[in-house]
Design a protein around this ligand. Structure first.
Ligand SMILES: N[C@@H]1[C@@H](O)[C@H](O)[C@@H](COP(=O)(O)O)O[C@@H]1O
Length: 247
């Protein structure tokens, strides 16, 4: 795991956005794996700005998001499809048909998971995957204890995750109890992964990630087994840690 220290949120966003933009310029047919939550907003803002200013084109880019809430329609302001449309896709020349999120409204959720994996495979896999870090160590919505062998599946969200995401909703009752998420094995197949960590609330979990063994009770720890992961974190969160280099 390569570790990049960023001075602050802006620099973290800048470094990650630059990596994505460089990739798209050198390979216009890139497939991106995308995340939601507060962390990647600065990156998306920069991608949109760069596209407007410098004309970077996303016409041939495909995207796959990590996850979606079960029961929220694309028009629901808290659905991840809505988030992606608002914060990224509407600002780019991307072909909407090439943007993929699991369908949380699907009648047959199990079938939806299988189809999502098939689409991912057909697209040739993910070139760069953006990842945030849940406060309990989840990646996507793979909660602690999720098998590392998991593929796209339906999850029951942990209470702590619902509490953490409550800030985006009017009340806790409105936070869905289930989601569809790409599995850990699906995420690990990405050719390159950028893990972004920002904010005081992530200090404890980042400390655990850097110090603990690779265990299923800490889903993000699996990333230490991936050959091409870059952790970009704000400097204060990294101070006092030995640099981690893992196979
Ligand atoms: N499913 C998402 C994750 O993909 C995200 O990484 C995490 C952290 O979110 P934030 O960036 O808001 O801290 O929250 C959600 O639970």
């Amino acid at each position: 795991m390569q570790i990049l220290q960023a001075r602050d949120y802006n620099e973290m966003s800048e470094l990650a956005a630059k990596r994505v933009i460089d990739q798209i310029k050198s390979s216009p047919q890139t497939t991106l794996g995308l995340a939601t939550g507060a962390t990647p907003l600065g990156i998306y803002q920069r991608l949109v700005e760069d596209s407007r200013k410098n004309g970077t084109s996303y016409r041939q880019v495909s995207t796959f998001n990590l996850d979606e809430y079960v029961g929220l329609s694309p028009e629901h302001p808290n659905s991840y499809r809505y988030y992606m449309d608002q914060n990224l896709f509407s600002g780019l020349d991307i072909d909407k048909a090439r943007t993929h999120l699991p369908d949380g409204m699907a009648e047959d959720l199990e079938q939806e998971c299988i189809q999502y994996e098939e689409k991912l495979k057909k697209a040739g896999g993910i070139d760069i995957q953006l990842l945030g870090l849940g406060r309990n160590g989840h990646i996507g919505f793979n909660e602690p204890g999720t098998p590392f062998s998991s593929r796209t599946h339906v999850v029951e969200l942990d209470d702590s995750t619902r509490q953490a995401n409550r800030r985006f909703f009017d009340s806790l009752d409105e936070v869905p109890t289930r989601a569809i998420t790409m599995g850990i094995a699906s995420i690990m197949e990405a050719r390159e992964i950028l893990l972004l960590v920002s904010g005081d609330k992530k200090a404890d979990i980042l400390h655990r990630l850097l110090e603990e063994e690779v265990v299923e009770s800490l889903p993000a720890s699996v990333l230490k087994r991936h050959p091409q992961v870059t952790l970009i974190a704000e400097e204060p969160l990294l101070s006092g840690h030995k640099r981690v280099t893992c196979p």
